[in-house]
Structures are given as structure tokens and as C-alpha cells.
Design a protein. Structure first.
Length: 360
């Protein structure tokens, strides 16, 4: 893809409304891109399987993985005053939620603008000024004045999904994107780009790009995709939290414009060590910058896929500042380097190399 096409795609992907269990809008958008280079299947969980058109069906399979859902919220109930009591979908911290602009998808599929309500400072006590309320005590205001109005006129009630409402921007001078939901829309965009790079090519393995649902609430879709695809090798393309603004240089392992992050550990996952080293050596050989990380927090789909059938798995992470918040930065340069590395692995891998990952 040309750079302008990639930028436009990533902005569209970021702007799409899709949180855990409500991924359909992004699934449709992703499919509209993937069907140009792949045969598409979906399942009842809204997982998407994009099989490279040149696949033969009788060869080992490389699974690419990214997830469609982003962190969001769901309506739990409507309060007597018309405000919406909500529950987080995914790993929010309460400090990032007050005054957040959102949109609620009502029973008719319409998007209703709203805001996470905050008490004006004029009415706050000293204690309230210095503390953030628990999420259970927060509410979303859509402009209603009663429970009846919210339910009957706005058509919002229990189970309606709630999405962050932020438009993505790209700044050419800095090469940075600014927006929401980069986790994992940039990983999904990377899968599209890899498929485009391989269009018409004969590779040694079949390639299936699986877009999984419900990653943010327990890697649920990836367990299903792994059982269906039955990969022999897996590359997870995941947006990963950058630590370069609050960690000393000697300890910082993920930062903007430093290339993709190859993950050595998180709370759910340890990669196949030989596959991990192979990917690092290949990146060195073709001059792709990268970092390696050992994380004591977080997790991603690689755990579900690797542990389902033991297929050697690595994670290529695209650094994102302020992940799981409404406002994020990410670098086009890092996105492109991640695509280039994943593409290079697929072009370079052979059965002999795959077999070597399993010998100790």
C-alpha cells in the first residue's frame, strides 16, 4: 500500500466504534480491506479469518493475529435522574474516565453523544477535589432529565454499548498519529498491509490473518481462532504500551520511533525462545530497529494461541503512548517497521527453520 493509503486506513480503523462484544462495525471495515487480498470467513463470535488467496490448503499454516475490540463500556442501568450507570469493558483505570466524551449506541442503532459526568468544582468538597470517584459511582450524561426520558426517548437501557468519541489525526511533520483505540487497530492495519505485501506471491506456508474478538476481556476470540486455524507458527501484531515518558532510559523498553517491540515476557506469555531469537536476528540482518521487553503487567492473544496447540509464537508490538486511555500517540515509522518485519518472517521462513524452533 502507498503511505497515503496506509494513513487513511489507520485513521478509519481508529475512528471505528468497536468494543468487546460489539465489534461488528470494525469487522465490516476490516473485511472491506482484507477481501482485496484474502478469502474471508467469519464466525458467530465475530472473529474474522482472512486466508491469503494463494493458499494451497495442504501446507503448514502461519497465523497472523490482531484483535478487533478496544476498551469501552456497557450500560448497566439507568438511574432515576436519567444518568447512565456503566461498567468498563477492558482494562480502564478510573483516573482516565471522568469528563470523557463518549457515544452510546441505543436500541435503534443510533449513536447518542454523552459525557462521563463530573460535579463542577464550585460544588466539590475539599475531599472530592483531591479524589477520583470509583467507576461504580460514575455516570454518563446524554442530556436526559429522567429515567423515563433516557429509556423511552433516547432508547438507552441495560446492555447498550458505549464507545470513546475521539477523532484520529495524523501529523506529517512529526509522523505521529493522535487518537483512540490504537490497541489494536494498528495491529489489524498491519495485518492488512502484510497481506497486501504478499499479494500474488508464492510463500512456503499458507497464511491466515485472524482478527479476534473480545481480547480486552480475556483473549476469548483468540482461543476460538487458534482452534479453527490450527497454526504451525503464529505472529501476533499487537499495539503495546510505550514506557518512554516515565521510565529511565536504561529501563525503557518500548518507545516511539524506536521500532517494534519483541516481547520476551508478560503476565500471560513467554514466546518460543528460538523463534524469538530468529526474528531478532532477521531484523538485525535487514536493518529493522526493534526493542525487546520483559513486562510484569498486561497480556495479549499470543498466550491463547501458543498455549492452545504449542505453535511457536512471537509478539511484534507497535508502540503506543497512553494505551487504554482516550488519547494516544503512535508513530507511522514504527507501524511500517512492524509490517516489514512480519512480512520478512513470512517470506524467509522454511520448514527446516520451523522444525528448528521445536528442537532443544
Amino acid at each position: 500500500m502507498e503511505k497515503a493509503q496506509e494513513i487513511e486506513m489507520l485513521k478509519e480503523f481508529s475512528d471505528a466504534n468497536a468494543t468487546s462484544g460489539f465489534e461488528e462495525e470494525f469487522v465490516k471495515l476490516f473485511t472491506s480491506y482484507a477481501e482485496k487480498t484474502a478469502n474471508i470467513e467469519t464466525d458467530g463470535m465475530l472473529n474474522v479469518y482472512a486466508s491469503k488467496k494463494e493458499n494451497k490448503g495442504n501446507r503448514p499454516v502461519i497465523q497472523l493475529d490482531a484483535h478487533s475490540d478496544a476498551v469501552g463500556f456497557i450500560t448497566q442501568a439507568v438511574r432515576p435522574n436519567g444518568l447512565i450507570k456503566f461498567v468498563p469493558l477492558g482494562g480502564w483505570v478510573k483516573y482516565n474516565i471522568p469528563a470523557l466524551k463518549v457515544k452510546v449506541r441505543n436500541r435503534d442503532g443510533e449513536y447518542i453523544p454523552g459525557v462521563v459526568a463530573t460535579k463542577p468544582p464550585h460544588f466539590m468538597t475539599a475531599a472530592e477535589r483531591n479524589n477520583v470517584p470509583d467507576v461504580a459511582d460514575m455516570s454518563i450524561d446524554v442530556g436526559s432529565s429522567s429515567r423515563e426520558e433516557t429509556i423511552k426517548d433516547y432508547k438507552i437501557d441495560t446492555g447498550c454499548p458505549i464507545f470513546v468519541d475521539v477523532k484520529c489525526e495524523y501529523h506529517e511533520k512529526s509522523g505521529l498519529f493522535f487518537g483512540k483505540d490504537f490497541d489494536d487497530r494498528f495491529g489489524a492495519g498491519a495485518m492488512i498491509d502484510v497481506l497486501d505485501n504478499l499479494k500474488g506471491e508464492e510463500t512456503n506456508f499458507d497464511v491466515v490473518a485472524a482478527l479476534s474478538s473480545q481480547e480486552e476481556v480475556g483473549l476469548r476470540g483468540a482461543y476460538v481462532t487458534a482452534r479453527k486455524v490450527k497454526p504451525d507458527l503464529c505472529i501476533v501484531l499487537e499495539s503495546c504500551p510505550a514506557d518512554d515518558t516515565f521510565t529511565p532510559d536504561w529501563l525503557s523498553q518500548t518507545g516511539l520511533k524506536r521500532g517494534p517491540m519483541l516481547r520476551d515476557m508478560d503476565t500471560t506469555f513467554l514466546p518460543n525462545p528460538k523463534f524469538q531469537q530468529y526474528a531478532c536476528d532477521l531484523a538485525d540482518k535487514i536493518n529493522i530497529p526493534y526493542t525487546r521487553s520483559v513486562r510484569t503487567g498486561g497480556g495479549q492473544d499470543g498466550a491463547a494461541i501458543y498455549y492452545e496447540n504449542g505453535a511457536p509464537t512471537i509478539v511484534i508490538g507497535i508502540p503506543v503512548r497512553y494505551e487504554h486511555s482516550p488519547y494516544c500517540f503512535s508513530s507511522y515509522k514504527d507501524f511500517k517497521a512492524s509490517v516489514d518485519l512480519a512480512t520478512a518472517v513470512i517470506r524467509d521462513i522454511t520448514q527446516e527453520k520451523l522444525d528448528s524452533f521445536k528442537k532443544f
